[in-house]
Design a protein around this ligand. Sequence first.
Ligand code: ZN
Length: 550
Amino acid sequence: MPPIKLGELLKQKGRINETQFEIALAEQAITGELLGEAMITLGFVSHTDIAQCLAEQSGIPFLDISGYNIPEKVLHVVHKDMAQNMRFIPLDMSDGTLTIGITDPDNLKAVDKAAGIGGKPPKVYLVDADLFEEAIEKAYYFLENPITQGISRLISAMKSEASPEGSNISSLVDYVLQDAIRRNASDVHITPTQKTMHVYYRIDGVLQYGHCLPLNARQGIITRIKILAKMDIAEQRVPQFGIFSFNFLKRKYNMRVSTIPTLHGEDISLRVLIRSGFLFRITNLGYEEDDLQKLRHLFSKPHGLIIVSGPTGGGKTTTLFAALREMDLIEKNVLSVEDPIEYRLSMIKQTEASSKVGYTYAMAGRCFLRHDPDVILVGEIIDEETAKMAVSASTTGHLVLSTLHTNDAPSSIPRLTGFAVDKNDIATTLIGVIGQRLVRKICNNCKEKYALNPGELAGMGFPELEGVVKTAYRGRGCSLCNNTGYLGRTAIGEILLVDDEIKFLISSGAPVNILRQKANERGFKTMRDNGIRKAEEGITTFAEILRVIG
Ligand SMILES: [Zn+2]
């Protein structure tokens, strides 16, 4: 599709406005890149937006392939060269029907080819062009280099060695890290036990067992990772912290490493920092229409304080960035301080906090006030200084966005007052609190409906639903979801709008239960309510709501 046509299409579909279109043209004139690329670089659209837009236009359904693991049997049917040359990704195969993903709706050759392979007309989806190449590279790489076999081979090669080191150890560490990438894990845990060493991966918020490694490799593995992370290898008695980047298939993955001395040696935890760039739209987070309206209303305010609360890994930053994309970033000067920067959005001025040079959240916020801001994003309200800065910046006519670690939206209010910020200032500036958690979605490939047993819901902590809800959904477990029954995550949230009555309660120092009660009277729907609705609709399970909310 010629680039100019794509630009027009994005404009028609309301994904970009005229000004953005002109800026992209100006950028393209200087950089020489394609218009679509320029719009992506500028953060006006993402590859996903383009794919969704093309999908709408062509009538071919869109499929999100992030985190999708192509079944091995399909990879054997379609060779890598063919997939790359014909520009299609094989996704599944059943009863002679091949399912494929294409990035160009006019790629009829791929459709013909797929029909020829399966013998029946293929199921066709439009997929994100950015994920396309990577998904193909990853799938065929792991087909040719299976991890479990690789690890077993290294373990046998090292069997006779008392304390192996060198290339076998570094290959073993590579396999463990590559498997984290293959599984889309957010964290890797390498845990020494009495007789072995266990590797676990955190996937969609839950740990999954990975590998069992022999004792003789233990010290080698620990030392290798500590060297990579530039830690003191001689020091084994105190916890350490470090960072390194791991290169795999042309991509760089940043790893934050932490060690803890345990009974059986140093336990290692690695956080895989998710690659930047995959920006969500507010409509893709999992909020329902009435909540989306509330979110849009909140983020369109010219000043005030908005808090997103929830646990670590609860998608708080994702939500804030999705909300920023709703704003007109040409008309507004947006400054951010984060630790670390997770997403990149080129029209905002992002900075990274650094305790080494004393560039704290609070300091950044104060400096931003001299930089003609409209919107200030502060990574997290972590202390009194940051809380005071955030409140005072929002009293001076700016919109301040930040996050807090609290269990739900209403309890963010006592948390803020706990930072010794004046109650009246909070009442004046706070305009809304969004409480959010992420739940795993049931795998669509193995989803089934089942009849609930009497007492089952009550036993799980949903007595009000007992006898009312008679069926539920679950994932049986399949190769696509690693037999967990879940694939991907979605947000369950609650939005507390601070109206006059809530303001009055805040300034009078009302306890959280009174705040909650008043909010409920005002139509506040809790994230538990939201989760239950999602379980009833078969998006997630009741067990999952129980796991994340308790
Ligand atoms: Zn499944």
